[in-house]
Design a binder for this molecule. Structure first.
Ligand SMILES: Nc1ncnc2c1ncn2[C@@H]1O[C@H](COP(=O)(O)OP(=O)(O)O)[C@@H](O)[C@H]1O
Ligand SMILES: [Mg+2]
Length: 231
């Protein structure tokens, strides 16, 4: 039977090389398909580290990290890179847009990196989907503009369009709203949610700022799920 869990983490321990104690010690974390989960915790507690473990960028020393039923820990690093490109959309705190590419080129980058994500769309679909996302996210006239010529709020919406293109099953968002004021933050998350609801995408959003938690379907305290961290 296909599981309704999209993230299933068990007995995970992750320690940075040279650190005195593990940053992550998580006995269990389950996230279900189509949930929109808000995970809050103070700066430096290990939220970004957890997202890197969930996306297979970092390998834990112990435990299982299952995404869509597949254990990342058992994969080769090449398989993990491929899995990430195929199934995950990652919205970084600093957006990680490529400065010498246009808005449209940044948005379509995941399709260049993932043939399987690309294969879900025809070329005509790609143009139509880029156009639709840009319209919905308020980037309609900016497609050919260089991303360095955008405001922070516009850059953030480019990062969202990039994460969504090609329909990855899971979106991981690492405090992408910290540079916006409250009204813009809420509007940004609502746009993200509208797109995710239309596609059945699951969202895991981490932040130190709890003011946005009420618009999510579930809220979790990082310090309650994690026994690791600074001594
Ligand atoms: N590459 C690294 N090497 C060693 N320690 C790191 C590294 N990255 C983060 N840390 C440490 O791990 C802890 C958690 O960091 P991080 O996951 O960035 O927390 P958060 O995202 O909650 O602010 C911090 O103490 C930080 O200094
Ligand atoms: Mg962080």
């Amino acid at each position: 039977m296909e599981s309704d869990k999209i993230i299933e983490l068990s007995q995970v321990c992750f320690q940075y090389p040279g650190a005195k104690s593990p940053t992550l010690k998580i006995s269990q974390l389950d996230i279900f398909k189509k949930e929109k989960v808000f995970l809050y915790g103070p700066s430096g507690s290990g939220k970004s580290t957890l997202l890197e473990v969930l996306s297979g960028i970092l390998q834990p020393q112990q435990g299982e990290v299952k995404i869509l039923g597949e254990n990342l820990v058992k994969m080769t690093s090449h398989q993990r890179d491929r899995f990430r490109a195929n199934h995950l959309g990652y919205i970084f705190q600093s957006f990680n847009l490529i400065p010498y590419l246009s808005v449209e080129e940044n948005i379509t980058l995941p399709l260049v990196l993932s043939p399987s994500r690309r294969s879900k769309l025809t070329s005509a679909d790609v143009s139509a989907e880029v156009e639709r996302l840009c319209q919905h996210l308020g980037l309609g006239d900016l497609k050919s503009r260089g991303v360095t010529q955008l405001s922070v709020g516009q850059q953030q919406r480019v990062a969202v369009a990039r994460a969504l293109l090609g329909n990855p099953e899971l979106i991981l968002a690492d405090e992408p709203t910290s540079s916006l004021d409250h009204d813009h933050r809420e509007r940004f998350i609502r746009l993200l949610f509208e797109e995710c609801e239309a596609r059945g995408t699951t969202v895991l959003f981490v932040s130190h700022d709890r003011s946005l938690e009420k618009i999510f379907t579930r809220s979790l305290s990082f310090n309650e799920i994690n026994q690791g961290g600074a001594e």
